[in-house]
Design a protein around this ligand. Structure first.
Ligand SMILES: [Zn+2]
Length: 478
């Protein structure tokens, strides 16, 4: 890692992926649909072949898998050569990942499941190119018609600039199963401000407040940023309720019936929407944490280690049903990944046992109840936000190796941030009242208009009272 002089955040070239929803119609949709299924079929064949090789005591490498797939006759794999190669490389990567995971003690299998649908990859210049009429062509191999789309607009969310197609890399065409929509995943290179310096920032993670960051601003001040995550709790709760309600209804109807299909579609819709919202939430949390990290020119990020807490919650039985659900739906790992990507720093993990119990002023251990920490030591009486305590203690441990008490005259500056802004009860009530007033005004205006119209059209109606058609109240009769 390049360490710049303290006080100057640097920028670094990074790859971002933009996800652009696209709508395919007619022949393009059918071509994409068939190609997705075919790619899945090739994957299945390659998986079967690899398993047969293992049974014969061979260990095929990346290029062995590739040469097996390319040995399938060309007319049986109507895809672009690069797209088929990607399947082989992805399979090799998946095998490698499963092996390293097993080495780390996880119970995983090498790829074995039959696939129905696989994303398609199109390399730059060969797989995808711009047609003379300005449209995007995704090639399905020489001599076959490709998938033609309008050129999508890719906007960098940080700078707000339009990214030219010259900067795009390998495009993937994917199918979002929950939102039932195609999307293009377009990677591009951009510069991003990253943190560099000597300061240490520590992070305490939690379910209610996803991240609490602590940094010594100077010798006498600790800056704390608490990022509140009530929005995520609301999204998850709403989703869990909706899904469990649908699941209850699903259990009562016949598999494959019309109602069953409708309910499954509704479930997917709920889950898809919640997934997009939670993805945004995780990005917002890591963005706010990154702002703190860059503002303090941090060079080292230390996180209280809670990895693996979400696993095996059922066997451990330390909490109630709802607590366990909250714990296993906690997206801590994703937020850490985003934070590492955004700051350009590597996260160090530190054992954080008792960090939220130990008083940072006197070192006594208390069991906090509620969100406020109060030291029960009669000579101390220290009070602070509960999550801030965790972050300060992790900080002391990162520097001194233990929970060394901070001095008595240290000022703790707490900043509360909301990960996603949501209206307060007061705001939403006010909005609701305005909407009601508008609706009332509109309906009374409509009533007045229709009353006038009927009053004007009354003589006409009297003449042609036999006509069965309903008179349109808003059309004035000449
Ligand atoms: Zn104390």
């Amino acid at each position: 890692m390049v360490v710049a002089p303290a006080g100057t955040p640097t920028s670094r070239e990074v790859t971002r992926t933009s996800i652009v929803p696209v709508t395919l119609s007619g022949a393009n949709y059918r071509r994409a649909h068939d190609a997705h299924h075919l790619a899945a079929g090739l994957w299945d064949q390659a998986v079967d072949w690899v398993h047969a090789e293992w049974r014969a005591k061979h260990n095929p490498g990346k290029y062995d898998i590739q040469s097996f797939i390319t040995s399938i006759p060309r007319e049986k794999r109507p895809l672009h050569a690069h797209s088929t190669e990607t399947i082989a490389h992805d399979l090799h990567e998946a095998i490698k990942t499963s092996r390293s995971n097993r080495k780390n003690g996880m119970l995983v299998r090498t790829p074995w499941r039959k696939k129905n649908y696989r994303p398609l990859s199109f390399s730059k210049g060969y797989g995808w190119r711009l047609r003379p009429d300005g449209k995007l062509n995704l090639s399905l191999g020489r001599g076959r018609p490709g998938i033609v789309l309008e050129l999508p607009k890719v906007i960098d969310p940080v700078t707000g600039e339009l990214i030219s197609h010259d900067l795009w890399g390998e495009i993937q065409l994917c199918w979002d199963i929950d939102n039932r929509q195609h999307s293009l995943h377009i990677p591009y290179k951009t510069r991003r401000q990253v943190s560099a310096g000597e300061t240490i920032t520590t992070i305490d993670e939690g379910i209610i407040n996803p991240m609490t960051l602590a940094t010594w601003a100077d010798n006498k001040t600790i800056d704390i940023t608490i990022i509140n995550g009530r929005e995520a709790r609301a999204i998850k709760r709403q989703r869990n309720k909706a899904v469990s309600g649908l699941q209850r209804k699903l259990s009562k109807c016949k598999n494959g019936s019309y109602k069953h299909r409708r309910l499954v579609a509704a479930k997917k819709r709920f889950k898809g929407k919640a997934r997009l919202q939670l993805r945004d939430f995780d990005h917002q949390v890591s963005r706010k944490a990154t702002d703190h990290v860059i503002a303090h020119t941090t060079g080292r990020l230390v996180v209280g280690d809670v990895r693996g807490i979400e696993r095996k919650t059922k066997q451990r039985r330390r909490m109630g049903r709802h607590g366990r659900q909250q714990l296993s739906q906690w997206s801590r790992g994703v937020q850490e990944k985003y934070l590492a990507e955004k700051t350009g720093l590597e996260l160090e993990h530190l054992n954080e046992s008792n960090s939220s119990k130990t008083c940072p002023a006197c070192g006594a251990r208390n069991c906090p109840s509620g969100r406020e920490y109060r030291c029960k030591n009669p000579n101390c009486g220290f009070t602070c936000h509960r999550d801030a305590i965790g972050a300060i203690n992790v900080f002391q441990k990162a520097i001194h190796g233990d929970y060394v008490p901070i001095g008595p005259d240290v000022v703790i500056c707490v900043t509360n941030l909301e990960a996603v802004k949501r209206w307060s009860v007061h705001q939403s009530e006010a909005h609701h009242m305005v909407q009601c007033r508008k609706a009332r005004a509109l309906s009374s205006a409509q009533n007045r208009a229709s009353a006038e119209a009927t009053w004007q059209s009354k003589p006409k109606l009297a003449n042609s009272s036999t006509s069965s058609s309903k008179p349109d109240p808003l059309v004035a009769v000449p």
